[in-house]
Every structure is written in C-alpha cells, then in structure tokens.
Design a binder for this molecule. Sequence first.
Ligand SMILES: [Zn+2]
Length: 79
Amino acid sequence: MNCDEVIRELSNFIDGELDAATKHEIESHFVECHECKLVVDQTKMTIKVFCDCEPVELPGDLRNRLHEGLRRKLREATQ
Ligand SMILES: [Zn+2]
C-alpha cells in the first residue's frame, strides 16, 4: 500500500470500518512511513477535539474537508 492509498482509507481506518486485512496493511505502512503515522495521529487528535472523546459519526462534509486537508498536508510533506 502506498501513501495515497493509506490516506484514502484513513477515515475508514479511524472510524474502525476496515476489514482486518486492510487495517493490517495500513498499520504496517505506519511502521515504515513516519509521515502517514504523523497524519493519522494529528487527525485522531483533531477528531478527539471535535468530538470530545465521544464516538460520533463524522458528518460527510467534515469528512471531505478533512480528506482534502490531509491530501494537501501529505503533498507538502513528500515534496
Ligand atoms: Zn505513507
């Protein structure tokens, strides 16, 4: 799995909506890719702030904007 695929699955990963195999692939990617690990940590923190630790479904709009931000961040990080 490359960075782009990881970012694409990131919201599912955070929501816990992935099957075990895909989840494992993403976790393996984090071991070798510090940038993606950083992105997921920051995203988790952002969601925690938004939701105050309650498991809340992300509204579609917020989810899209989050994705956009992540893609930008990743592009900057890998330049
Ligand atoms: Zn990566």
